[in-house]
Design a binder for this molecule. Structure first.
Ligand code: ADP
Ligand code: MG
Length: 614
């Protein structure tokens, strides 16, 4: 048989390498910004259009390249940063693999302008899909600017995999944060579609963190510092009382390189043990300096994972350093998480004498309808009470039940009430049970329905929010004291974008500036003290899109609110609450699925039960 192996042509090899290095526009941003850092730039500008899908431009005032180097930089394995394999263990630069520019040039239109500081003339190179179209001398500023257009123009499959602009932009911002936080001594500017996202002057680390995440961040930071022979640790951790439910601001830098490390993350979390509210995540900005000989950066093409020679020691030192800081700044003793905000005395009440409380009973008040109420406007829009069993009968007959027996799901009647008044259907109202504070069990004539309470409530909330956002505006409850919430600029931008839908859902708010909003009203079903957590997860969901990507912004919001507001598993429900939930559930359009397509209830028919006893 003839020989069949051949070497792949360069442009194919480059495209393959690009598959690893360039996953999305954010990867290009990372590589170009890191090259600018390696070139010792003191000012770096990032200009992005359409979340990087049409343009990513990075301009630096660094060393620049000669015209030969500029041409060579686009070849694979072309690097000025290492010469021998042993250099791999003494890396002080971000790059060293020499494949980023070649990979990017293989899958995009790239234009590079570069000039060495002391050369009178520079060079412009244009490349499309690894093909050099032109190289010319030109009068260009010293330093380098690289424009990447039409990313994945020749790899349509990858292009199709790109997410919405919101999501891709979020990834770009994440990469930008990582580089900007690692290099406070460099000035950064970032524009997206002509609006300025960040303008970060050279500053100290603390100031840099604050400029990135908003001025409110300052009061949340506790410094961390430790110097040992193995590692030097600096940076900040967030005070526990400010910890958010969403995992967000968690950064490790090792020798000024952002890295991901579940192991070190564990060390920090264990230092926070006992200090965080349930479900809250510590935030941290931790900078480790170790001897480059003691780490291996070359274990992953994107270089965000590294191997430490002395991982266990670093774990122990890091944990101790963080604990020490938390203790030293006396965070631990003053903790009082369980404090109920509603117990705080507003200023104007101070000094007033206490009055004997009057008891004023509203006979018609049903405490449960608030607890798990379905529609935010529930008190105002009167639904006819659903006769859930009959709804359910209809549903069942649709779902190809062979016998088509319509009395199949009738509620088992209470024997005591039968006969006397002949009312077989004085619904067995309290015949529901809760198991493990998680499931509601309702006996029906033909067996049992077992309902997952959390998912049922998600479904109820989801449908009602969706209706309000798209059809009838929801009812809002006014806050006694307006609530100010602080965000980073991109987070505020998300809230601004969602404003019409949020207002429909019942929020009333104003954007005070690029980093703060003031809330005056919230959806009536929402608990005031939860608002900040709910909005945090909404912002995250929009930025990252909840799994099972939604059809529309409205759908996404309804899902996110339903997810964070639904009663949780583990919550005890009284019998009226259970009945109420069941009524509302079977009043929904699709009671059998949660908004995330998970089953809400199962039925156990008598025949099924009997099988257990054979
Ligand atoms: P690596 O960074 O791993 O060396 P790249 O493909 O990213 O590989 O870049 C190849 C080479 O091009 C670099 O080693 C560097 O010499 C040069 N280069 C790239 N970007 C710049 C820049 N912005 N300024 C100066 N030189 C650059
Ligand atoms: Mg590089």
């Amino acid at each position: 048989m003839a020989d069949i192996i051949q070497l792949l042509p360069d442009h194919v090899a480059n495209q393959i390498a690009a598959g690893e290095v360039v996953q999305r526009p954010a990867s290009v941003v990372k590589e170009l910004m890191e090259n600018a850092i390696d070139a010792d730039a003191s000012v770096i500008q990032l200009i992005v259009k359409d979340a990087g899908k049409s343009l990513i431009l990075v301009v630096d005032n660094g060393s620049g390249m000669s015209s030969t180097d500029a041409r060579l930089s686009l070849e694979r394995h072309a690097t000025s940063k290492i010469k021998t394999a042993s250099d791999l263990f003494n890396i002080n630069t971000k790059g060293f693999r020499g494949e980023a520019l070649a990979s990017i040039a293989a899958i995009a239109h790239l234009e590079m302008k570069s000039r060495l500081q002391h050369d009178p003339i520079g060079t412009i190179i244009r490349v499309e899909g690894s093909k050099v179209l032109s190289q010319e001398d030109a009068a260009v500023p010293s330093g380098t600017s690289i424009a990447v257009k039409n990313l994945f123009f020749n790899v349509p499959a990858r292009r199709n995999f790109l997410k919405s602009d919101q999501v891709e932009l979020r990834h770009i911002i994440d990469e930008f944060h990582r580089v900007a936080l690692a290099h406070p001594c460099v000035e950064f500017k970032f524009y997206h579609n002509d609006s300025e996202m960040f303008n970060l002057p050279v500053s100290k680390l603390r100031k840099r963190i604050v400029s990135v995440f908003g001025s409110k961040t300052n009061e949340k930071l506790v410094p961390v510092g430790e110097e040992t022979e193995v590692v030097r640790i600096g940076g900040f951790v967030g005070k526990p009382q400010f910890a958010r439910k969403t995992r967000g601001e968690q950064f490790f830098f090792v020798n000024d390189r952002f890295i991901k490390s579940p192991y070190l993350n564990h060390a920090v979390n264990s230092a926070f043990e006992g200090l965080l509210k349930e479900g809250a995540h510590a935030s941290y900005f931790l900078y480790l300096e170790v001897d480059p000989q003691g780490i291996d950066v070359n274990i992953h093409p994107t270089k965000t994972e590294i191997k430490f020679e002395d991982e266990h020691t670093i774990y122990a030192i890091l944990r101790a350093a963080v604990r020490h800081s938390l203790g030293q700044f006396s965070i631990a003793p003053v903790l009082d998480f369980e404090r109920d905000a509603s117990m705080d005395t507003p200023y104007s009440y101070k000094g007033k004498t206490a009055m004997r409380p009057e008891v004023d009973v509203d006979q018609s008040f049903n405490p449960f309808s608030k607890e798990i109420r379905s529609t935010p406007g529930q008190g105002f829009k009167k639904h006819k009470q659903a006769d859930w069993e009959s709804l359910y009968v209809g549903l069942e007959s649709k779902s190809n039940q062979p016998d088509g027996e319509s009395s199949h799901f009738e509620v088992e009647s209470d024997p005591d009430s039968v006969g006397m008044f002949g009312q077989e259907h004085t619904i067995a109202h309290f015949k529901t049970f809760q198991v493990q504070n998680k499931y509601i069990i309702k006996p029906i004539k033909s067996g049992l329905v077992i309902i997952n309470q959390h998912r049922a409530h998600q479904r109820i909330l989801y449908e009602s929010f969706l209706e309000e956002i798209t059809v009838n505006a929801g009812v809002s409850q006014q806050l006694m004291f307006p609530k100010q919430l602080h965000y980073s600029r991109p987070e505020t931008a998300v809230i601004r974008d969602l404003r019409p839908q949020l207002e429909q859902a019942g929020f009333v708010f104003e954007c005070l500036d690029d980093e703060a909003i003031e809330i005056n009203g919230i959806p009536s079903a929402m608990a005031e003290e939860k608002v900040s957590d709910i909005l945090d997860s909404l912002i995250r969901d929009v930025q990252q899109q909840v799994p099972g990507a939604s059809f529309s912004q409205s759908d996404l919001i309804a899902k996110s609110l339903a997810k964070s507001m639904a009663i949780k598993s583990g919550k005890h429900l009284g019998s009226e609450e259970r009945e109420f939930l069941i009524d509302k559930l079977f009043f929904c359009k699709e009671p059998d699925k949660s908004p995330f397509s998970k089953p809400v209830f199962v039925t156990l028919r008598a025949e099924d039960l009997e099988k257990f006893f054979i």
